[in-house]
Every structure is written in structure tokens, then in C-alpha cells.
Design a binder for this molecule. Sequence first.
Ligand SMILES: C[S@@+](CC[C@H](N)C(=O)[O-])C[C@H]1O[C@@H](n2cnc3c(N)ncnc32)[C@H](O)[C@@H]1O
Length: 285
Amino acid sequence: MSWILKLQERMWGIAPWDAAKISDEWFRAHFEYAADVVHHWMEGALDLKTARLLNFGCGDGITDLSLVLRHGATSIHGIDIRQEYAKLPRIAKEQLGMARIPSALTFETIQPGSALAGKRPQFDGIMSWSTFEHVQRDQLLPILKDLHACLRPGGVFFLQIEPLFYSPFGSHLRRYDDVPWHHLLADEDALWDIIQKHEGPIDAAEVDFGFADFGVDGYKKFVFKEYLALNRLTADELVEITAQAGFHVVRQERRHVDMPIPSELQGRYPDELLLNNEIFLLLGK
Ligand SMILES: C[S@@+](CC[C@H](N)C(=O)[O-])C[C@H]1O[C@@H](n2cnc3c(N)ncnc32)[C@H](O)[C@@H]1O
């Protein structure tokens, strides 16, 4: 398939696209915000126009598409344990009017934790957006060691997590439950009850393209299962594990919410843990 895309691109160039057609808020959040942040963090360390990039946990690939179209990336290999990226040609047609996705993008489905190193030349850069909080805890170190082996010496790895588990909406359930820190205050049955009883629309920026596959009730089950599987990683733990895997921190930023901590949680967890909702890490090898 990719050689056909390459040939078409050689003949006609990258298919025309028009950002004015964007109507989906999830698409917009990834095509604009996420891609701009990735670009901002990586551009000083890499030339995106020549770099070979790996996106670990690429999801539907919208961010990768934007990095190519808006930031000049020429090679991004997206990997994921699901196949949401298979929807990208349809999504790009709907949201941008693109007839075909750029040949700079390739995708691969893997089994959770399966090794990637040694299968292809080392990458110049790796990125991962809102993925590492979903990786099974016992697979974190092996996966990070494998990604370290996938990166060329001098390459960089940009990693973002939001929301971190102990922050107000760290459950990833906000689309159904707007009570801050509810997952640290209520038990699982109470949370599931709230989700089950939820009616009406959910924030469009939080509805991914998988929603249509699941339907309203199926999506509730999926989102709750994802919540139960979160690894509860803290920013400090993440930095520590990346160091164990051989990376060094080039730059990091931790963002915090400005919200009053409920009295029931005060003293139960450090304030820093409860207020830190996002981490951006630029790691070097
Ligand atoms: C919240 S989604 C984020 C997807 C994408 N980065 C985005 O911003 O839309 C988390 C992604 O991580 C993937 N994922 C979870 N565990 C993984 C693993 N062990 N290896 C690769 N991908 C994984 C999931 O399938 C999912 O696509």
C-alpha cells in the first residue's frame, strides 16, 4: 500500500487539504494543539524535515498527520496496540478533504510490551502523547528500555502525560463525572453508577473516533475499563523509570491546577501529587 501512496505522491504531490473543513473538536485538539506542542518541544533538538520519528501509542494518528502537513515532518512510524489509525484515511477525508494520507506516515499494531528494537534502523526521535499512564506498570521499564534501544545516540524522546492520576480529573472520567478528585474519594461502584446514569452529550473534545464503534453504553464500559487499568504513575516515578531505562532529562515541565484540595484528601496525599496534572518530558540518549 505504501508504495502506491509514494507513487501517487511523486506524480501529484501531497493531496490538497483544507483546515477550514475541520468540524470535530477531538480532531482539532490533536491536529492543532497536540501537534503544536510536540513540534514546539522537539524542533530545537531535531530537524523534523529530515528526522525519522516513532510515535509510541499513536492512537488514530491525527497528531502525526498534522506534524507532516503543518510542521514538515517527512517520516513518522506510529505504533499502537489498537488499530484506531486505520480510520485515519476516512477521518482525513472528512475533516480536511484529503483524498489520501501522506506516504510519510506508516503504522503498525503491536502486542502490549512486544519489543521493537532491532527491527528497523534507529529513530532520530520518539514521541508519546497521553499514553504512558495506560501502559501496564510491570511493562513500563521493559518498554522504556526497548524505546531507548530504538533511539539513535543523540536522539530525543518527547513524552507527555495529562491528566496524571492523582490530579483532580486523573481518572480520565471527566466526560461523565465533573467532581474533582472523585476517584480518590468514592469507590468504584459509586463511580460506575455515576457513569451508567449519565445522560446527554459529552464534551466533544473528549469524544474520540472510537465512540461510534462502541455506542453510548459500550463507550461508557470502555472508558471505565480504561480507568481501572490506569497505572497511577506519578511524575516523579516516571522520571525515575526513564532514568533506569537509560534516558537523561533534557528538559521538563510540570503543570499544576489551581484548585482547593478537599478536606478529606488533605494530608492523605502530598499536595504536589494532587495538584500536578501534567508532565512534559524531553529525554535524551
Ligand atoms: C489516550 S490514547 C492516546 C492516543 C494518542 N496518542 C492521542 O493523543 O490521541 C492512549 C493510547 O495508548 C495506546 N497504548 C496503551 N498501552 C500501550 C502499549 N503497551 N503499547 C503501545 N500503545 C499502547 C492505546 O491503545 C491508545 O491508543
